[in-house]
Ligand binder design. Structure first.
Ligand code: NDP
Ligand code: 2IT
Length: 445
């Protein structure tokens, strides 16, 4: 790493003790940014990096609620408003028991660069709670969401901060959150949340957008080597929103997705995952992947273990951070891996990324490859602002253009900085320069 940036990194790490995931995200970005600071000493003089690493606002709050037996429960809620240079803070809410400040900050930090890469007018933020929705009734989830919004509402707004979904937050939760926001404020402010239902201000394609976008980005990478998804054997991790839609799109492009997972195990389905059945099991019944295996002939369920033990030529990690380490990366490379597209945020460890890059595997980092979700959220905001709603075809065409544009920006930036094919470098520099220019123009704030 560049010596000037090392000193800034050390200060950032010392100021934020115990936040391992935030440290990891910061270090990974800093490793790309030396050459930018050679060309732009003004960024160092204006302390752009120090400012970027210090969130503009961090809100931590108590979320009290009662479970179905009447017992009082207390969770911790977060919203980190990281960067406002390009537009309203924008980023999802994660409900998962592992959520703490370090995870929200890593996600918010990544979101700054991701959102810049989309070319849309959105800043970076993220939030969530250490609430575990698994096994909770709809009524419990509703009471939790209402209590969460009873504090959050005063910090958000269509011109200030626009949350959306992430792990554990989908259409059901966004509905309860929007209802409570509307009730407290007495405003039908559609643009305050994205991922809404289609009949009340949502956008077609938003549910599919992250998974679709990841596959579109990965297809663009494959095309640089004169190949495509057609005929490929693919493994996807996770079986939530991003994973299911990545599976659907990869198979629409002619691939066979032979495995996917949840936190309990994975399935191997050599005939190709049956997306309609997977949606039924996971999205309608809210059941486990094991139930998918029980309902389909010829499918093996592996309890525990790692989905990365299954050979494939394309891997799409779509579950969670640090789910794919260097050992798994080396095994995948031995099994004939050609490309990786990160549907999740930071699913590959830094060591795993090095293994892929050293082996010449095409590697699309999350902040580029999974940007289709937030980009389509920005399209939802556009529709809300103009009180319009677009067709599926029109919205999907916009998403495709945006993903092709992100791929082009990353590839062109990597080339400009002398490392053709290095999408990590291209994404980090491409996102950073846009935000840094805006911060410089807007003065010391
Ligand atoms: P969902 O809640 O819909 O699905 C999450 C999936 O990942 C589930 O299969 C879940 O399994 C698995 N998972 C979650 N945590 C863990 C864990 N600690 N270990 C193993 N598996 C785990 O979330 P999404 O699909 O929306 O999000 C998946 C990833 O994509 C996240 O990294 C998210 O930040 C990222 N992302 C999401 C976007 C969106 O629009 N939703 C946009 C861009 C990125 P289980 O059910 O067993 O917990
Ligand atoms: O990580 C992400 O980009 C998201 N969870 C989507 C954020 C959004 O505002 O749509």
């Amino acid at each position: 790493m560049d010596a000037r940036l090392e000193a800034i990194r050390d200060t950032v790490l010392a100021r934020n003790p115990g936040e391992a995931e935030f440290h990891q995200a910061v270090v990974e970005v800093f490793e790309s940014l030396g050459p930018v600071h050679d060309r732009h000493p003004e960024f160092l003089e204006a302390a752009i990096l120090e400012r970027l690493c210090e969130p503009e606002r961090q809100i931590i709050f108590r979320v009290p609620w009662t479970d179905d037996s009447g017992r009082v429960r207390i969770n911790r809620g977060f919203r980190v408003e990281f960067n406002f240079a390009l537009g309203p803070y924008k980023g999802g809410l994660r409900f998962h028991p592992s959520v703490y400040l370090g995870i929200v900050k890593f996600l918010g930090f990544e979101q700054i660069f991701k959102n810049a890469l989309t070319g849309m007018p959105i800043g970076g933020g993220k939030g969530g709670a250490d609430f575990d929705p698994r096994g909770r009734s709809d009524a419990e989830v509703m009471r939790f969401c209402q209590s969460f919004m009873t504090e959050l509402y005063r910090h958000i707004g269509e011109y200030t901060d626009v949350p959306a979904g992430d792990i554990g937050v989908g259409g059901r939760e966004i509905g309860y959150l929007f209802g409570q926001y509307k009730r407290i404020t007495n405003r039908y402010e559609s643009g305050v949340l994205t991922g809404k239902g289609i009949s009340w201000g949502g956008s077609l394609v938003r549910p599919e957008a992250t998974g679709f976008g990841t596959v579109i980005f990965t297809e663009q990478m494959l095309r640089t080597r004169g190949t495509s998804f057609d005929g490929r054997r693919v493994v996807v991790s996770g079986s939530g929103n991003v994973a299911i839609n990545a599976i659907a799109k990869a198979q629409a492009l002619g691939a066979t997705v032979v495995a996917c997972s949840d936190s309990s195990g994975y399935v191997v389905d050599e005939a190709g995952i049956d997306v309609a059945l997977l949606r039924e099991v996971k999205e309608v019944q809210r059941a486990r992947l094991k139930d998918y295996a029980e309902r389909r002939a010829g499918v093996a369920y592996v309890d525990g273990g790692s989905v990365w033990d299954v050979d494939a030529s394309v891997a799409l990690p779509c579950a969670t951070q640090n789910e794919l380490d260097s050992g798994a990366a080396a095994r995948l490379v031995r099994g004939g891996l050609v490309a990786v597209g990160e549907g999740a945020n930071m699913p590959c460890t830094r060591a795993a990324v090095s293994v892929f890059q050293d082996a010449g595997v095409l590697f699309g980092p999350g902040k580029a490859a999974n940007a289709g979700g937030v980009a389509t959220s920005a399209l939802e905001m556009q529709q809300n602002a103009s009180r319009d709603s677009w067709t599926f075809e029109h919205t999907e065409a916009r998403l495709t253009d945006i993903m092709v544009g992100i791929h082009h920006r990353c590839a062109a930036t990597a080339e400009e900085y002398g490392e053709p094919g290095n999408y990590v470098l291209g994404a980090n520099i491409g996102g950073f320069v846009k935000v840094a220019d805006a911060m410089l123009a807007q003065g010391l704030i």
